[in-house]
Design a protein around this ligand. Structure first.
Ligand code: ZN
Length: 309
């Protein structure tokens, strides 16, 4: 078998999650103005989709407080789609009032996680999912639904593919723009990506698939590649690789946007992202958070050194 140069494609979306996942576990909270600055820089770097805020209770995630003010301060009509993450009905109402472009509902894959995080069972979350789907359809706002801890749970341990499949069964028939799978604690390996993508495809023939990966155990990029090959078309990433997990306090964060972009671009995928602008945004964020970025491209540099574009 001979390896061939990949066929060029431009159907992959990189969803920037640093303003949400990248900040939510940081010791130093960014101000509303800093968060607006970060999101604006990301838009200027060519990012088309940004998870800008989470509509969660500020006592639970103080770093995400004042989501409404952040949304109100963002540049609009610049071709960037801003999403808000929600966990309940109140979050949905706040998101719609804030005029998000996309709603993102997260459904834990295990009762253990769901009860710990949201104080409801997965079955109860699926009842909410139907309500959120109905409202988003009525309001004509695209809805992404993501199964969290799909690759492993800090409370339940291993999460079998069949268990995730049962959660997906509960989402069949909803009005979904996208189906997400999240490796919330960064424990997944590539065969799981293939198995879970297969489980999605058995139930959803055409809805785009999205992956949320952390590089906690250095498998994030291998998982992204497995996803690309399994038909995933949306990848969450965080500039600089910031982002944490409360269950792995010393771990690195999300897969880094600049590192993911390097792999995608060198594999024939054009993302529209500007490498230099991403690296300078990562450096800005590193200063703001007073910590080094886990990402490698900012240190190693682009290859080839001079981009033709
Ligand atoms: Zn995450």
């Amino acid at each position: 078998m001979t390896a061939t140069i990949p066929t060029p494609r431009n159907d992959i979306s990189v969803i920037e999650v640093s303003p949400r996942d990248g900040l939510q576990n940081e010791k130093i909270p960014l101000s509303v103005d800093q968060r607006i600055d970060l999101i604006t820089q990301l838009g200027n770097a060519g990012t088309k989709r940004i998870e800008a805020v989470a509509f969660v209770h500020p006592t639970r995630v103080p770093q995400m407080a004042n989501a409404e003010e952040v949304m109100a301060g963002l540049p609009r009509d610049n071709g960037v789609s801003y999403s808000g993450l929600i966990l309940n009905r109140k979050g949905l109402d706040r998101a719609l009032d804030s005029k998000v472009d996309e709603v993102h509902l997260v459904i834990p894959g295990t009762d253990e996680m769901s009860l710990a995080n949201q104080n409801v069972t997965v079955a109860e979350m699926l009842v909410l999912a139907k309500e959120v789907s109905d409202v988003c359809k009525e309001e004509n706002v695209p809805l992404t639904m993501t199964v969290a801890v799909a690759f492993g749970c800090p409370f339940a341990g291993e999460v079998p593919t069949e268990q995730v499949a049962r959660v997906l069964d509960g989402m069949v028939g909803l009005h979904l723009a996208e189906i997400g799978l999240a490796d919330t604690i960064g424990v997944g390996v590539p065969w799981q990506v293939r198995a879970l993508a297969g489980a999605v495809r058995e139930r959803f023939a055409t809805e785009p698939m999205r992956l949320h990966l952390h590089n906690t155990r250095n498998n994030g990029y291998a998982n992204a590649l497995a996803g690309l090959e399994a038909g995933v078309v949306g990848f969450d990433s965080s500039v600089g690789g910031f982002g944490g997990c409360p269950f792995a306090p010393n771990a690195t964060g999300n897969i880094a946007t600049e590192d993911l972009n390097y792999m995608l671009e060198r594999s024939g995928v054009s993302t529209g992202l500007n490498h230099d602008a991403l690296v300078s945004t990562a450096s800005w964020l590193s200063n703001a958070l007073e910590k080094d970025a886990p990402a490698l491209l900012g240190r190693a540099g682009q290859f080839p050194a001079k981009e033709a574009k």
